[in-house]
Design a protein around this ligand. Structure first.
Ligand code: URA
Length: 201
């Protein structure tokens, strides 16, 4: 299998959909190849398109604060998007763009093999939780083939809607618990200690 650096090089040359004509830079993703947690946003915005890096604008600043609140630096996780190129004017991704880009995210997850996949916003959530509503499932994990999938609101939502800020902050705290659980998920509980449990939907 190729390394993440090889994959990033391939992604940088992608012209599989119309977005290639509009982009300034491709935004493959960045972070730790051995990360236990991968966070997946929707698509690059203006700043990401200029810099070729994910989550470098206002939403990225908030995401970094959220990560810091559970003791994580962004270079210890892997951050990417469903789409690797910016949709013009930050419009919603089109279904055919999501299909064209799908193989890149699949390969990223195959190489990194994270324990926890966090979806940020509904487009990213739809990739792993088709047919659900974010207001119903955010903050509740689902485990599949040894991977925990965890849907969250997009950090940008909190910037537009203050009431969501606390919700996102609280959901982030659950990730700390999940990380602790995946660290010793195979450990035998000490005498008198409750076995750790996932609260899946
Ligand atoms: N929003 C996203 O979904 N992704 C980014 O990289 C930046 C903002």
């Amino acid at each position: 299998m190729s390394t993440l650096a090889d994959l990033h090089r391939e992604i940088l040359g992608c012209c599989a959909c119309e977005l290639a004509k509009h982009r300034t830079r491709v935004v493959p993703g960045e972070g730790d190849e051995n990360a236990r947690i991968v966070l997946i946003g929707e698509a690059p915005g203006l700043h990401e398109d200029r810099q070729g890096r994910p989550f470098v604008g206002a939403a990225g600043k908030f995401l970094e604060e959220l990560l810091a609140s559970i003791g994580l630096k962004r270079n210890r996780v892997y951050i990417c998007n469903v789409l690797k190129c910016r949709p013009p004017g930050n419009r919603d991704p089109m279904p055919e763009e999501i299909v064209s880009c799908r193989k890149w995210l699949d390969s990223q997850l195959e190489i990194i093999k994270p324990k926890i996949v966090v979806t940020l916003g509904r487009h990213s959530m739809a990739r792993f939780f088709p047919g659900v509503t974010i207001s119903k499932v955010h903050g509740r994990e689902r485990q599949e083939n040894g991977v925990i999938y965890f849907p969250m609101y997009h950090p940008a939502a909190a910037l537009h809607q203050q009431s969501l800020r606390r919700t996102i902050e609280m959901d982030m705290q659950r990730i700390r618990t999940l990380l602790d659980m995946t660290e010793d998920i195979t450990a035998v509980p000490k005498t008198g200690e409750e076995p750790k449990q996932l609260s899946m939907f």
